[in-house]
Write a protein that binds this ligand. Structure first.
Ligand code: DAH
Length: 362
């Protein structure tokens, strides 16, 4: 094949072949037939050597051009076929979004996360905003500002984990520790956020303790309300409503017992009614009481320490152990098991991620 007429015939033939390919495997066959080692264009290329120089130059250039054209046409055809295949799949394959998820490999929500979500949901429905603070605190936020004077015996009750002093800070701010309670966030809120305040805090707390009801890391839920004219009646109403919502018992008996915390005056502990028979505990009406939280009216010294005037602002606060109330509601006997990451325990006590209880569903 040495003249341009033959070249045109070849071109027409190859174009027809590529355009006739109506799926990807036919197109691949066409590519091999045109450009493969034994393909039509390659065969012609092999013949160039026998030509005289002028004809070879002309035919070589024409063949290269044809090769590029056919390669570009194959690319174009390939894109068109792929798009067509995708369109067909999109038309025929339908995802049924109403199908339930596959049962295998289902995770579960840890009872601590579940309980904290329930607490946020209950206090959130009463208008509390979620607040947080750092796990690494200093002596002032954890103790002094909360009216624990230096050397006060109540400090010893906390079995604090102390960290090395911070060389960039002075005095009490340099004395770093892992917070022993979330009451530190009361101080931060009063100092940083301004009044009025209505917050609920969820967080990790740390004490050097380990037995059936204590782990070195545990969780607390703290609440703080600061405004003008806040009194003990607000505290009682709020915490009674909380306990009845959390334990899902409208007639749950509740009592407040006098207690002591340095940062509240008066201080109280709240008990819920229960009965203890044959070694078992049943929450609800009964002849016994069970303590679930500490609370009180914020001590005027604490309000003063945060730069507010206690004659103008008062408030109430509470603190409760998240593990403890999770154990009570869900019948978990040993606090340490919360953090052992035993999959069988999680399967037993965990919650279905697609069935989260909240204030709307309860
Ligand atoms: N911070 C206390 C503790 O960890 C609990 C507590 C008691 C918090 C009374 C409060 C409160 O806000 O008013 O033992």
């Amino acid at each position: 094949m040495t003249d341009m007429i033959d070249m045109n015939d070849l071109k027409t033939e190859l174009i027809q072949m590529v355009e006739a390919a109506n799926d990807l495997s036919a197109l691949e066959a066409a590519r091999v037939a045109a450009l493969g080692k034994k393909g039509k264009i390659t065969e012609q290329m092999k013949g160039l050597g026998k030509m005289d120089p002028d004809a070879r130059k002309e035919a070589g250039a024409a063949l290269n051009l044809l090769k590029d054209e056919i390669a570009a046409l194959i690319d174009k055809q390939e894109r068109a076929l792929k798009k067509q295949a995708l369109d067909e799949r999109l038309d025929t394959e339908k995802a049924d979004v109403t199908l339930s998820p596959r049962p295998e490999a289902k995770g579960s929500i840890h009872p601590i996360s579940q309980t904290m979500d329930e607490l946020v949901s209950i206090f959130g429905s009463m208008g509390f905003k979620l607040a947080e603070g750092p796990d690494i605190e200093d002596d002032w936020h954890n103790f002094t500002a909360l009216n624990f004077p230096p050397g006060h015996p109540a400090r010893e009750m906390h079995d604090t984990f102390y960290l090395p002093d911070d060389p960039d800070e002075q005095g009490e701010a340099a004395k770093k520790l892992l917070r022993t309670h979330t009451s530190t966030v009361q101080i931060r809120a009063m100092q940083e956020q301004g009044v009025p305040i209505k917050i609920v805090v969820m967080g990790r707390t740390y004490r050097s303790d380990y037995d059936i009801t204590h782990t070195p890391m545990f969780h607390q839920c703290e609440g703080l309300v600061i405004d003008k004219d806040i009194h003990m009646g607000h505290l009682k109403g709020c915490l009674m409503d909380f306990a009845r919502a959390y334990f899902e018992m409208d007639d749950l008996p509740v009592q407040f017992r006098p207690s002591f915390f340095p940062f509240t005056e008066p201080s109280a502990e709240m008990d819920i009614g229960c009965s203890r028979k044959d070694g078992g505990l049943k929450i609800g009406a009964g002849d016994d009481w069970l303590e679930i939280l500490g609370c009180g009216m914020v001590h005027p010294n604490v309000i003063k320490n945060c730069g507010l005037d206690p004659d103008e602002y008062q408030g109430f606060a509470w603190g409760l152990g998240v593990e403890r109330i999770a154990m009570l509601k869900y019948g978990i006997p040993d606090l340490r098991t919360f953090f052992e990451s035993d999959v069988r325990w999680l399967e037993h006590y965990g919650f279905d991620p697609l069935d989260r209880p909240n204030r709307a569903t309860k």
